[in-house]
Design a protein around this ligand. Structure first.
Ligand SMILES: Nc1nc2c(c(=O)[nH]1)N[C@H]1C(S)=C(S)[C@@H](COP(=O)(O)O)O[C@H]1N2
Ligand SMILES: [Mo]
Length: 326
């Protein structure tokens, strides 16, 4: 359960009753010493927004989306395309899982704006011949950037189709050169509770951490995304760099990475540590294996709103099934 005491400015307009709005507004205006007609006018506007006129919020999302500045846009790799329509950008950018900020998907984009993702450094260490700590801008200059359209399937049975910009995880491996002892990769997100209100939730073992086998990390699909829709990632999608493993449930795709460690033993992962009966290390999309609390046979496309069948390995069987034989 979410136990959270919200500050006033964090309140979502839809969560406050008109009465609370009225009282807060009145107190606010009293402080400023405003009276009369002007107040009535302001009140009407305030009430209108409290009663759920969402247009303002919708346009607010666009303000969080970075302009396409070099090195974006990057060339599209047409090997990775999808038959389903792309999810509209504002829908993808306003329906996010990023528990560091809030568990409420539709509010992540707002709360994530206070998070500073520049400058940013990524440490790569462990079983590698060339450990290094790289500034994100340096990393971007060294990697061959490309765009790939992937399906994304959350374990909660919603899905989207988006164009990621970034580079193959394998390219990073080529740079740091894993030793013969490296068998797994562990990845860790930032820890900065002063900018991430969700990290004040002590019952979560922050920072977020995930892992892959070395073979999974080296698979051609495994991608480190630094952009989306032809520009840098907005904060809510995991700026400045996040993992994308499209054949696995979305929680494997760890956001805002600060550490990549090559290990000899299987790393623990955030969700399987918290709820081992519901989330395992592998997390491969499989419509035949229900979650203990819901079916995984279908999913809701957040772009079209339609329910569609879920595919084995999220439609990427040809790329990854060989990893799991036996
Ligand atoms: N650090 C971090 N990474 C995370 C999460 C999170 O809460 N924290 N949520 C995961 C889940 S459950 C999903 S579905 C995807 C959502 O990515 P999106 O918001 O960019 O669509 O991010 C994943 N990566
Ligand atoms: Mo997810």
């Amino acid at each position: 359960m979410l136990i959270k005491i919200k500050r006033g400015w964090e309140l979502d307009e839809r969560e406050v009753t008109p009465e609370e709005v009225y009282l807060n507004r009145r107190a606010f205006l009293r402080k400023l010493g405003w009276t009369g007609l002007g107040v009535a006018g302001l009140q009407a506007g305030w009430l209108a927004s409290a009663l759920g006129l969402q247009n303002k919020k919708k346009s607010g999302v666009w303000q969080t989306i970075p302009k396409p500045r070099p090195p974006y846009p990057v060339p599209r790799n047409t090997r990775y395309t999808v038959e389903r329509p792309l999810t509209p950008e504002d829908i993808a950018a306003s329906y996010n899982n990023f528990y560091e900020f809030t568990m409420e998907k539709e509010r992540v984009w707002q709360l994530a704006q206070q998070f500073e993702t520049h400058p940013w450094r990524v440490e790569i260490r462990g079983e590698v011949h060339k450990p290094m700590t790289l500034d994100i801008d340096t990393l971007l200059k060294q990697m061959p950037l490309e765009e790939r359209i992937y399906r994304h399937r959350c374990v909660e049975a919603w899905s989207m189709v988006v164009p990621w910009s970034g580079f193959a995880f394998k390219k990073l491996m080529d740079m740091v050169q894993p030793t013969s002892k490296a068998k797994y990769v562990r990845m860790v997100s930032f820890l900065r509770p002063s900018q991430a209100p969700g990290q004040k939730q002590r019952h979560y073992p922050w920072p977020y951490f995930e892992g892959l086998t070395l073979a999974e990390a080296a698979n051609e699909l495994t991608f480190l995304a630094t952009g989306i829709y032809g520009h840098a990632l907005p904060t809510q999608h995991g700026a400045p760099i996040r993992l994308v493993t499209p054949w696995k449930y979305g929680f494997k795709s760890i956001k805002s990475i600060v550490l990549i460690e090559f290990t000899r033993t299987q790393p623990r992962t955030f969700w399987s540590d918290l709820v081992p009966d519901e989330y395992d290390f592998w997390a491969n999309v499989n419509p035949k294996v229900p979650h203990p609390r819901w079916s995984q046979a279908t999913e809701r496309d957040i772009g079209t709103g339609k329910r569609i069948p879920t595919r084995m390995f999220n439609g990427y069987e040809a790329y990854v099934a060989h990893l799991y034989r036996g």
